[in-house]
Design a protein around this ligand. Structure first.
Ligand code: KIV
Ligand code: ZN
Length: 518
């Protein structure tokens, strides 16, 4: 185990202490089973004396979950330790984790004990726990704000009484990596014995993972973590970040030529994160490292181009290795033509030349209005462009509306044809009608709408509206299609698409009655 970093998961104890989280026994069991599948070494299943519910959950986990060592937290009171053992004793392997505060402020204001009393209490509690199991962890709470010499005195007493792991909590997230690591490194010099040093960091200054990793570099071989970084206040060090930092930067986490690693099966990380999020009700921020939904998503055109050439340009981890599936090229307003064409190709749509340019321009215009475009959106854009780009006559340059959707309205459209602008204003019954009348006036194409169909391309309030119409003009019936975030604009685009077909047919002298598909 010398080069192994023990992963001590406290999602079900410190993590569950997050405001608003309350897991029942069934939920805790489900998470514990998944933690076992993930390959953590220790599961701190709860604080058995805290409540009957917590006791029952720890006991159920101890009985059912195989693989990891099952741990319970306990204050130094003998009755607490007895209760803790009662719950964890059923496990394949069990640990008792005893803690007492050693900082001046905690001793004075919370414990109301003298330093001598705290030392004696720590020693007696560890000795009591050792009667039950030879795996006893001791934590001097608020260690990073404790007087170093006094903290070491208490640690010595704990080791002399049989503690096998010394956990150094940065209880209030006060530590700074170099300083916290130096504190840990000095412990070995002054506390003799055979024990594992453990780190337990809170995230009040956003440094929980950084402090934990600095501690590993300084000699800690157990890291206490919680899935998704949940925990008291700003949370604990995030399991997935610690594990992947150690694995990804194996070059840095190499000690005396030996590479440090954990037993975690990283491809279970995303699933574990989702389960914990679902059962705790705590969402995972989109940009969360490793398990966030955007952790492997690329939107900027330059990044997408690099990624399409070689994933190493902008990814330091393989998304599949952490259970996140494939890299995502997200099409948005920052995306470039490469990513656009590549995405279409993956959808089985190959367009080139002018059609591609026109579809890309339309995509950029829509992406400016809609945060993200789905495959269905893209299909609709391409369908509109393919239906209208070949031999397009009029382009829609701008469109304005006055009035309302029901009742009288007017619209002004500006169309361009071969670089020349044609403008027209018309009244109508509602905005869609007004827009169609204005297009008729500007294009000189008259006709009657014989069919009008509007649908949404995807769900959600920002979905694209997809309008398909049929226009009958001088005995010719054509269809037109338009998509936009605005249904009135989509209708105008569909109408113009149909008008262009009429003009094309007229110009080619193809005055026969037929339907041209969108
Ligand atoms: O943050 C802390 O000090 C703790 C201890 C009980 C280990 O959670
Ligand atoms: Zn804690």
């Amino acid at each position: 185990m010398a080069d192994q970093v023990i992963i001590f998961d406290t999602t079900l104890r410190d993590g569950e202490q997050s405001p608003g989280i309350s897991l029942d026994t069934g939920e805790k069991l489900e998470i514990a089973e998944q933690l076992a599948r993930l390959g953590v070494d220790y599961i701190e299943a709860g604080f058995p004396v805290a409540s009957q519910g917590d006791f029952e959950a720890v006991e159920a986990i101890a009985r059912a979950v195989k693989g990891p060592v099952i741990t319970g937290l306990s204050r130094t009171a003998r009755a607490d330790i007895d209760r803790c053992w009662e719950a964890v004793q059923h496990a394949e392997r069990s640990r008792i984790h005893v803690f007492i505060a050693t900082s001046e402020t905690h001793m004075k204001h919370k414990l109301k004990m003298t330093p001598e009393q705290v030392t004696a209490e720590a020693a007696a509690a560890v000795a009591h726990a050792r009667r039950y199991t030879d795996d006893v962890e001791f934590s001097p709470e608020d260690a990073s704000r404790s007087d170093f010499d006094f903290m070491c005195e208490v640690l010595r007493a704990a080791v002399d009484s049989g503690a096998t792991t010394l956990n150094i909590p940065d209880t209030v997230g006060y530590g700074i990596p170099e300083e916290y690591a130096a504190r840990l490194a000095r412990i070995r010099d002054v506390v003799p014995g055979d024990y594992v040093i453990s780190t337990h960091c809170h995230n009040d200054l956003g440094l929980a993972v950084a402090n934990s990793l600095a501690a590993v570099k300084a000699g800690a071989r157990q890291v206490e973590v919680a899935v998704n970084g949940i925990g008291e206040r700003a949370g604990n060090a995030a399991l997935e970040e610690v594990v992947m930092a150690i694995r990804t930067r194996a070059d840095f986490f190499t000690v005396d030529g030996e590479v440090l690693d954990t037993n975690v099966r990283a491809d279970e990380l995303a699933r574990t994160s989702r389960l914990v999020s679902r059962l705790t009700g705590y969402p995972v921020q989109y940009n969360k490292a490793v398990v966030g939904r955007n952790a492997f998503a690329h939107e900027a055109g330059i990044h997408q181009h690099g990624m399409l050439e070689d994933a190493s340009t902008y990814e330091i981890m393989d998304p599949a290795s952490v259970g996140q599936g494939e890299t995502q090229i997200v099409l948005g307003k920052h995306s470039g033509r490469h990513a656009f064409a590549d995405t279409l190709e993956k959808m089985g749509i190959t367009i080139q030349g002018d059609a591609l340019n026109a579809a890309f321009a339309r995509f950029k215009e829509l992406a400016d209005r809609k945060i993200q475009l789905t495959d269905a959106d893209l299909e609709a854009i391409v369908a509109e462009e393919l239906g209208g780009s070949v031999g397009r006559v009029f382009e829609l340059s701008s469109i304005e509306f006055r009035g309302s959707n029901i009742g009288p309205a007017s619209s002004t459209v500006v169309l361009t044809r071969d670089g020349d602008k044609v403008e027209a204003t018309a009244e109508g019954d509602g905005m869609i009608d007004a827009a169609c009348q204005a297009i008729k006036a500007a294009s000189g194409v008259d006709g009657t709408l014989t069919d009008f169909n509007v649908s949404s391309v995807t769900g959600g309030v920002d979905a694209l509206g997809d309008v398909i119409i049929q226009l009958e003009s001088d005995g010719v019936t054509v269809s037109g299609r338009g998509v936009s975030t605005d249904v009135v604009e989509a209708s105008a685009r569909a109408f113009l698409n149909a008008v262009n077909k009429v003009v094309r047919i007229r110009e080619r002298g193809e005055q026969r009655e037929r339907v041209v598909g969108p």
